[in-house]
Write a protein that binds this ligand. Sequence first.
Ligand SMILES: C[C@H](N)C(=O)N[C@@H](Cc1c[nH]cn1)C(=O)O
Ligand code: ZN
Ligand code: ZN
Length: 478
Amino acid sequence: MAANPSFLKYVDDHQADFIQRLKEAVEIPSVSGNLEYVKDVENMADFLIKQLTELGVKAEKRAIGSHTITGEEVALPPVVIGSIGNDPSKKNVLVYGHYDVQPALKEDGWDYEPFTLTPDPSGSGRLYGRGSTDDKGPVMGWLNVLEAHKKLGIELPVNLKMVFEGMEESGSVGLDKFIESEKDGFFAGQDCMCISDNYWLDTKTPCLTYGLRGINYYEVRISGPSRDLHSGVFGGTVHEPMTDLFAIMSKLVSPEGEILIPGVKELIAPVTQDEQDKFEKIHFEMADIHAAVGGDVTISEDTVKTLMGRMRNPSLSIHGIEGAFSAPGSKTVIPASVAGKFSIRLVPNLGINNTTECVYKYINEEFKKLGSKNKCEVELTHGGEPWIADPNHYSYRAAHKATVEVYGQEPDYTREGGSIPVTLDFANILGLNILLLPVGRGDDGAHSTNEKIDTSNYINGTKLLGSYLYELAAISKD
Ligand SMILES: C[C@H](N)C(=O)N[C@@H](Cc1c[nH]cn1)C(=O)O
Ligand SMILES: [Zn+2]
Ligand SMILES: [Zn+2]
């Protein structure tokens, strides 16, 4: 069943209001995992509660315990849950999104204020701002769907439950326990689930996503002296933590992206013919990725290899070093304690635990080889398993139809290189098929400087989310 035409018209007629809603959301710097922004994350939860309540949703904040940020115990951001519709003749659909964002500072290289939604002055329709695509745009998309139905006085075609978390960018701490505790409560009786928190592969082909890589995030801390030292006075006389750390970090991955940790490669499930065929069918050109990264810096020039490198194979990325001198100038310091941060994107059968075993063993052996008198500690700070769904499920078929209606083209079937660690918790604990239905484009720059969403994606994305609900309502479960 195609979407109610008055819904589609309402979306077209209220673009400016919807952009205003996204503007207000982006203005709240809800950066999770950072003491400075704890209040803002809470404010963002309150913003959602207010909006949802005004839109006729029974919404509430749920406390899910506490965690430690740089040594201080603070409450975890609340989970925002909402429920609208209770008609036993309709399907029950659960949607998830996150209201926290990655950190962003203008001085990181943004051309615009990161927490001010800024339309591209050249009139391209791009809307710049942190969270515009990840994940405030899609979350506001769901709210836009609700607004259109409320204002038009038409019922949603399904019963809708919503769960919005404020810790996704920091490992979704506490959400798994919440899902478990509400399995027979808030989450009972759901038919299927939809998450809009990833991106098209390119800038023109909508997609349905049936897999995610997992993630293991590690810190390797090397400490020795009890305080920072003068390199002229002590250089050449002590084992330097930073030197040890560089030696370790340089042994993790080759410049061609090959993971050098013994045992990891051997764990990866072999590629099946069906998978190979699926990858070969995806619309993708190397120019798309060159444009998205802003340079011709891909490891391979082969499209299938590149797609597999992004979605099917593990990768190891080095993110940064805590405690190192990084300011401008030439400070001659020997840092006393430094922590290297890296993550491994996980794929079937590379799980949190078997990967971590290989990592710990290897780093400890390599550190021993250095003969350093410093101390080396490795910690897995958070982990999320990889996930794959059945793309033949009726929820995918409904989304396929909705995509054709809104975009006039067939969607690609993709796997996301990024991770949404709770997806697997939802799938396992609630036993639900989960559809990933992205709104934004592959060049949106999520997590990067100048993150954006195109107005057309935001508006058509709102239509897509609504149309999906209509198709879902009509489709047979067989
Ligand atoms: C794909 C999703 N929008 C996303 O960005 N996920 C993050 C999740 C994460 C895990 N650790 C820190 N953040 C990602 O894939 O990096
Ligand atoms: Zn996200
Ligand atoms: Zn993200």
